[in-house]
Design a protein around this ligand. Structure first.
Ligand code: KG4
Ligand code: ZN
Length: 344
């Protein structure tokens, strides 16, 4: 089965073609980062308009990279939510139009399910069950993953997402948008030990997180010190160390609580090198293994949507029911409400 994946939930247009026997056949991505950086964040209306411009050329490019044409597709998977409603509508409407025109099934995918399953695109890949740390610009969650659609929330942020805290701290250090990668690059020049920031909720006794206080603590440092290039790097390092420490310790507690030996890290913050090193080191000490998506599939992409679509479609018997000319998007959508394929 050859599945076309379409991701347009935020500021990246991602297209991919996944074959259930041969794996990923082609993928293409266009990032709108440059366009939004002028405004210091994503402008939803500009995002939707740009997805409209990019999505068809990227589908054509992915098809030709795979030496395929539209008639070779067996199904379409598009991101149905959560995300920016206008941006989601672009992928959903193009996916639905293609499905209807080609008379092939279409399936709406939860964006976070895409992230969550993305490490399964790599080898070696984890096997169910595993613990997943989902760390993106909008979410920070620890999930117990027992199969496709079988997710149990173990803990989550009570305020800002980890990526959001990286982005906001980067903004107060005047690092531009998106701040996460820039902040972690700057942190490499920081002097370890000069500043120490609090580890919010580290001893809360549950698997929840809080990041807004950490960002405020970084702001206090910025206000208290003369901001030389070295001080900026030192603050960046102190912030990153605190965020990574909490993420790593809570992930390890989630492994202890579930008794699972595999941890999957997904979402944009999963690209952070210090987080990867810390998690890999700590997991090794308890005989657990950490799985990461390829760096290019950490941030938003079409491959994870095509793959999640293929995983779900494999388990749905009557795919004809998925050929309809109606569709919806869900700007807000709780991952815990997802159900396994074939459950309804
Ligand atoms: O998963 P993603 O591409 O989009 C969402 O669904 O949110 O994640 C984007 C987030 C942004 O907050 C970005 O700053 C952060 O991931 N990010 C990083 C790094 N690369 C991306 N944060 C820390 N270190 C990085 N290397
Ligand atoms: Zn994402």
């Amino acid at each position: 089965m050859i599945v076309l994946g379409i991701e347009t939930s935020c500021d990246e247009t991602g297209i991919a073609i996944y074959d259930t026997t041969q794996g990923l056949l082609g993928h293409a991505l266009y990032s709108q980062i440059e366009m939004h950086s002028e405004y210091g964040g994503v402008v939803p209306e500009l995002a939707s308009r740009d997805h409209i411009r990019r999505v068809i050329p990227l589908i054509q490019r992915s098809l030709s990279a795979a030496s395929l044409n539209l008639q070779n597709l067996n199904a379409i998977a598009y991101t149905q939510g959560p995300g920016l409603a206008g941006a989601l509508l672009v992928g959903a409407s193009i996916g639905s139009a293609l499905s209807f025109a080609l008379n092939i099934p279409k399936i709406g995918i939860h964006h976070l399910e895409g992230h969550l399953l993305s490490p399964l695109l790599s080898t070696p890949s984890p096997t169910f069950p595993f613990v997943a740390l989902l760390v993106s610009g909008g979410h920070t969650q620890l999930m117990e993953v027992c199969g496709v659609g079988r997710y149990n929330l173990l803990g989550e942020t009570v305020d800002d997402a980890a990526g959001e805290a990286f982005d906001k701290t980067a903004k107060l250090l005047e690092l531009g948008y998106p701040g996460g990668p820039a902040l972690s690059k700057l942190a490499q020049q920081g002097q370890p030990g000069r500043f120490k920031l609090p580890r919010p909720m580290l001893h809360s006794g549950d698997l929840n997180f809080s990041f807004s206080g950490l960002k405020t603590a970084a702001l206090t440092l910025v206000r208290k010190h003369e901001i030389t290039p070295q001080t900026r790097a030192d603050i960046a390092l102190a912030f990153q160390e605190a965020a990574v420490d909490v993420l790593a310790k809570k992930s390890l507690s989630a492994l202890a609580q579930t008794g699972f030996k595999q941890l999957v890290v997904a979402g944009g913050v999963g690209a952070n090198q210090q987080l990867r090193e810390e998690l890999t080191m700590q997991a090794k000490l308890i005989g657990a293994t950490v799985f990461y998506p390829e760096l290019e599939f950490c941030t938003d992409n079409g491959a994870m949507i095509a793959f999640a679509g293929a995983m779900r479609l494999k388990e749905i018997n009557d795919k004809k029911l998925l050929i309809t000319n109606s569709f919806t998007v869900k700007a807000r959508w709780d991952l815990g409400l997802l159900e396994p394929p074939n459950s309804s």
